[in-house]
Ligand binder design. Sequence first.
Ligand code: PLP
Length: 429
Amino acid sequence: MSRNQQLFDRARLTTPGGVNSPVRAFRSVGGTPRFIARAEGPYFWDADGKRYIDYIGSWGPMIVGHAHPQVVRAVQEAAARGLSFGAPTEAEVEMAETLVRLVPSMEQVRLVSSGTEAAMSAIRLARGAAGGGKGRRKIVKFEGCYHGHADSLLVKAGSGLLTFGNPSSAGVPAEITQHTLVLDYNDCQQLEDAFRAHGDDIACVMVEAIAGNMNLVRATPEFLRTMRALCSQYGALLVFDEVMTGFRVALGGAQSLYGIVPDVTVLGKVIGGGMPVAAFGGSREVMKYLAPEGAVYQAGTLSGNPVAVACGMATLKLVQAPGFYEQLAAQTAKLAQGLQAAAPQGMAFAADSVGGMFGLYFAADVPASYAQVMAADKARFNAFFHAMLDAGVYLAPSAFEAGFVSIAHDNAVIEATLAAARGAFAAVA
Ligand SMILES: *Cc1c(COP(=O)(O)O)cnc(C)c1O
């Protein structure tokens, strides 16, 4: 029996499903999850010693590649100075200054430890701050966008278009999701209808400006412009969840690519460089509602943890190197275009990329909505996934997740991936 299988069997005895986050269990694709022993640059090695080219990068954070020497050194040096103080540090000031300089829509930022925590806190802030601090109840999100696992965000669309959502998880009372309206991504008319019906009680619209949790789906510029205009008109806050896209699609995030200024930005993943750092921020006018200055409560024992912040800062230093995002985007585009070219004539297959993020779809066209993403050929994706895995290429173990490239994925690594893909396409044709 493989060491991966032994570990999975052992893990299932003491950990629900054998994993600490559901997608790691390979439920969607079947088979035995790989237990990772170590990683370096674009590669990781599993418990059986097999090497993979890694295209999940810890689901986004590992943008400079695994175990980058400068990042590892920064972590070691910070750890040697003490692991956590529960009191402020200079490094947190530097990180806040860096984030507001690189994401100019933010004047102030609060550090937290996960994207879930950041998104949840951003919603509380929006509810407290909207309507000039009088407070509002309702929030708008879009089907297929993921903002972490806070109760009010685990929602699927209700029965009617403008009815409020139903919980998408057991353990979430309907009373909690009754204030969350779930609309279709890229549908401007639904947004207008929603604001006409409920605009005076909408605290915020939360969106992934480039969706990366239903595979990769780009927002249309019109969709984001409409959203911005309606939020301003009705006094709701526009919240861009850039946990995935921040420092991934461009140095200034998706907002810099679209030229849209959100009221609140949520960050995570890359800003921690592989350790738990996330953040939410906005104008001083909005952030003043947050405790200890304001009445919206939010706190965290490990928020701004010195070791995690050192890891994030070392990563943010590396991504600011001249030409970093141009090179990352070029390598990622080379992968996406190469996959498209490798797909057999007549097979429904499309690929897309933005910055260091890509989507591959067993569908005739690049999707623009959740429904289109869900219509892809899942069985063929699963077969392709396993053929690639056997060939030493680790793609996201689900047809409905985006992929991630690091700066360490050089030409040779991309070429090796495309060679594996030609074999995998032939096997699933
Ligand atoms: C990953 C992700 C989150 C949740 O972040 P965690 O650190 O996993 O809690 C929230 N929003 C988006 C867009 C994400 O991609």
